[in-house]
Ligand binder design. Structure first.
Ligand code: PDD
Length: 285
């Protein structure tokens, strides 16, 4: 497995960083996860735009221009096996004496990228849907930043794992839906796709945008608004989306059956449209 670290493509075993890296010490950095289909990076421009948003929010200059990022990611894809991969891209504020304030003068950012096989969700998850739990969203108020400091997400996701579930649906103030621990969440009611607004309380998902675009292009009604906790349990369907899991149906939350307990018509339609869209994009790439 070949990774990219600070300007070099090297075997992962040789990719080492100093312990004073601010990513290691403070979680002071941001990241992206980019799916690769048939060796083409999906929605690169959108991922780079979100990366820029995260970097601006933490006041870290972008170490590369978009053309340079494009070269690095295509080289990394070429150097790794598999038609379908996912890339993990990670930037920290670099190596400096431990002090919470930014280093003066600034130091070079640490840039790390790796590729992993993109595993498609098991057929069973697609056929039966997955189970989730709900939990209070106890994260900070800048969830729009794709920050590497993921301890709350890790703990929230482990709660789902402990319960034998695939995801934790997060409720801000125990009252309204924000997102999953590593995914965005939609609900379906009376044929309308409902999504929470992209604000500071959730990560603006690239897959979230794709799903809403596909819905609009195919005459599927959608609405973006706050979704209450009660609406989740009364939903006809619940969907989760992310770059690595695409679209999955959530058919149980906290042991309660959602809708008829099976992936519904909206899931089936959106899943098929998503697969078609992906193939079209890759053909034209
Ligand atoms: N996570 N919300 C959170 C908190 C996430 O971590 C993710 C993705 C999403 C979905 O965003 P996108 O559609 O752009 O992947 C929403 C990635 C996959 C991860 O951390 O591995």
């Amino acid at each position: 497995m070949t990774v990219y670290l600070n300007g070099r493509f090297i075997p992962i075993e040789e990719a080492l960083i100093p312990v004073l890296d601010r990513g290691f010490i403070f979680g002071d950095g941001v990241y992206e996860v980019l799916p690769v289909y048939s060796r083409n990076v999906f929605r690169l421009a959108e991922h780079l735009q979100r990366l820029q948003h995260s970097l601006d929010a933490i006041r870290l200059p972008n170490p590369y221009r978009d053309e340079q990022w494009a070269e690095i990611v295509s080289e990394l894809v070429a150097r790794n096996e598999g038609e379908d991969q996912y890339l993990y891209l990670h930037i920290t504020r670099g190596v400096a004496k431990r002090d919470h304030a930014f280093p003066v003068p600034p130091v070079a950012a640490t840039v790390f990228l790796m590729s992993s096989p993109l595993l498609h969700p098991p057929a069973e998850s697609l056929a039966t849907g997955v189970s989730a739990i709900s939990a209070v969203d106890n994260r900070w108020l800048r969830c729009d930043i794709k920050a590497i400091s993921l301890l709350p997400n890790v703990l929230l996701r482990q709660m789902a794992a402990d319960a034998g579930c695939a995801e934790t649906i997060m409720l801000r103030e125990n009252a309204f839906l924000t997102e999953g621990s590593a995914s965005n969440i939609f609900i379906v009611k009376n044929g309308t796709l409902l999504a929470p607004p992209k604000d500071h309380l959730m990560l603006p998902g690239i897959t979230y945008d794709v799903v809403l675009e596909i819905a609009a292009a195919n005459g599927i009604p959608s609405e973006i608004r706050r979704i209450s906790a009660a609406e989740i349990f009364a939903a006809d369907e619940i969907l989760m989306t992310s770059s690595t899991r695409e679209i999955l149906a959530i058919t149980q939350v906290d042991g309660q059956i959602i809708g008829n307990g099976k992936p519904g018509a909206m899931f089936t339609q959106l899943y098929a449209l998503y697969q078609t869209y992906k193939r079209e994009v890759m053909r034209s790439a």
